[in-house]
Design a binder for this molecule. Sequence first.
Ligand code: C2E
Ligand code: MG
Ligand code: MG
Ligand code: MG
Length: 281
Amino acid sequence: RAKQLGKNNVQLFSNALSGKPTDHYELEADMRKALINNEFEVYYQPRVCTNTGKILSAEALIRWNHPELGFLPPIEFIPLAEENGLISEIGDWVAKTVCIQLKAWQGEQLQVVPISINISAQGFLRNDVISRFQSLLDETNIDPHLLEIEITESSYMFNMEKVVQDLAELRKMGIKVALDDFGTGFSSLTQLKELKIDTLKIDRSFIKHIAEKKQDEVITSGIIELAHGLDIQVVAEGVETKEQLTLLRAKNCDQIQGYLFSKPIREAEFRSLLEKGFIQH
Ligand code: C2E
Ligand code: MG
Ligand code: MG
Ligand code: MG
């Protein structure tokens, strides 16, 4: 089935992208049905140790197998879900799916790694964000250390105080916190100090030209040093070339996430990577 889907991807994908703009109302109604009909799927992209290629973690990334439009990447529906509020339900579904998956892997005696999930600003600014995570942990009975949430700057821009409090609470519960897409927007170094995070993910846009643009290289070095000074682990996003990897190794970047090691993959494929524990490239 994966192969078949893979073959169809290109065609369906271009239909979705270049066909007439999909009616938002229709897509919204479809989205509600999608939750009931199990059309969403979680893909996993490994995060590996920069020096050894050992799989240390993975990011959960949602996809939608739409019955007519085919395979939809998050960019085609997450912004709409953020507008219409469905993002909360979708976020809950992703978090629960990941927990159930972790439990299943553990049941099969696999050496599991922590999984990070993306939380949209709306999802994070809800009043009940803490109690929702608490009930998820109670319900699924997984070790909170196996969960990491990824937030972006848009989550704390408007209500820094609440976010600082909630993050502290989540970390007390044992859930880890990553700051995603770091370096884009207005994220500042002062905020790093206040937010008390475990992981910092350097945005792909810096990594992309790290081998050619001196400025990007210098900025990346600075971010890594600063993070390490604050006891924060650093992940480079979007690493695609050996050259980028070599540079990031020299700079002591802790973890790599990118196509060089693996694209986001379906659960079955990720499971076989977990069995090996390492990715060679
Ligand atoms: P993100 O959280 O920054 O996720 C990383 C994105 O970079 C993923 O795109 C991933 O496929 C892509 N990527 C990773 N390595 C490479 C690389 O080497 N080269 C290139 N060109 N791209 C790479 P994806 O899966 O399309 O997701 C896009 C965004 O959608 C995510 O960015 C995240 O903001 C959002 N998203 C995905 N899943 C969820 C979810 O479950 N909930 C929420 N709220 N947002 C999600
Ligand atoms: Mg992310
Ligand atoms: Mg990111
Ligand atoms: Mg992003």
